[in-house]
Design a protein around this ligand. Structure first.
Ligand code: VGL
Ligand code: ZN
Length: 198
């Protein structure tokens, strides 16, 4: 058994003062740093969008942030512009201990499709390559922490479980956006997918 910690999107734009702040997002940096020593591998993800990304509300004139549009791959929430490639908002939180990170995986870099999950883009089909990386390293168990619990953490953990990894979410090391009941829905979906939470 080999066990990886996957830290999702612990970036400036998702912390207070950022473009898409998650309440109290910064509060999990130290707890995450303290968890790292218990794992065989630490992997970080980084939301990483081009300026013309289709998840940005301001790229869809006449729409508002947090509304939903239909994309060719299904419904998509429109977000405030965030995590633009190379910006300070896209940078990992300065307090995060990156010295233990074996891999930093960027996602959401194609303009036409968002990628909440660390494993698949939002069409649920286009792989990021992370599953192959983990399997090649013999990693069987995954613990998730980071932002946001009800979007990128939940989608990543559910894909992990569906791909056959043991998937666990440490809720105290996550914070949620909680948009129109998304947190309750995410907890329910994670449990149905076989993700354990604590
Ligand atoms: C996320 C919305 C848009 C997340 C990323 O990390 O949960 N949420 N992009
Ligand atoms: Zn994003």
């Amino acid at each position: 058994m080999s066990h990886a910690l996957i830290v999702i999107d612990m970036q400036n734009d998702f912390c207070p003062g950022g473009a898409l702040p998650v309440a109290d997002g910064h509060a999990i940096v130290d707890p995450i740093n303290r968890m790292m020593d218990r794992f065989d591998a630490v992997i970080l993800t980084q939301d990483w969008h081009p300026a013309d990304h289709s998840s940005f509300a301001d790229n869809h004139p006449g729409t508002e942030a947090f509304s939903i549009v239909q994309m060719p791959y299904g419904p998509q929430v429109l977000w405030p512009r965030h995590c633009v490639i190379g910006s300070n908002g896209a940078a990992l939180h300065p307090g995060l201990d990156v010295s233990r990170a074996d891999l930093v995986l960027r996602k959401g870099f194609r303009a036409g499709i968002d990628s909440y999950s660390a494993f698949f883009e939002n069409d649920h089909r286009t792989p990021t390559g992370l599953a192959g990386y983990l399997r090649d390293r013999g990693i069987t168990d995954l613990t998730f922490a980071g932002l946001a619990l009800d979007f990128c953490v939940a989608w990543s953990a559910m894909d992990a479980a569906r791909l056959g990894f043991r998937a666990h979410v440490v809720e105290s090391a996550c914070r949620a956006i909680d948009l129109n009941g998304s947190l309750t829905a995410a907890r329910q979906s994670m449990s149905e997918a076989g993700v354990t939470t604590a």
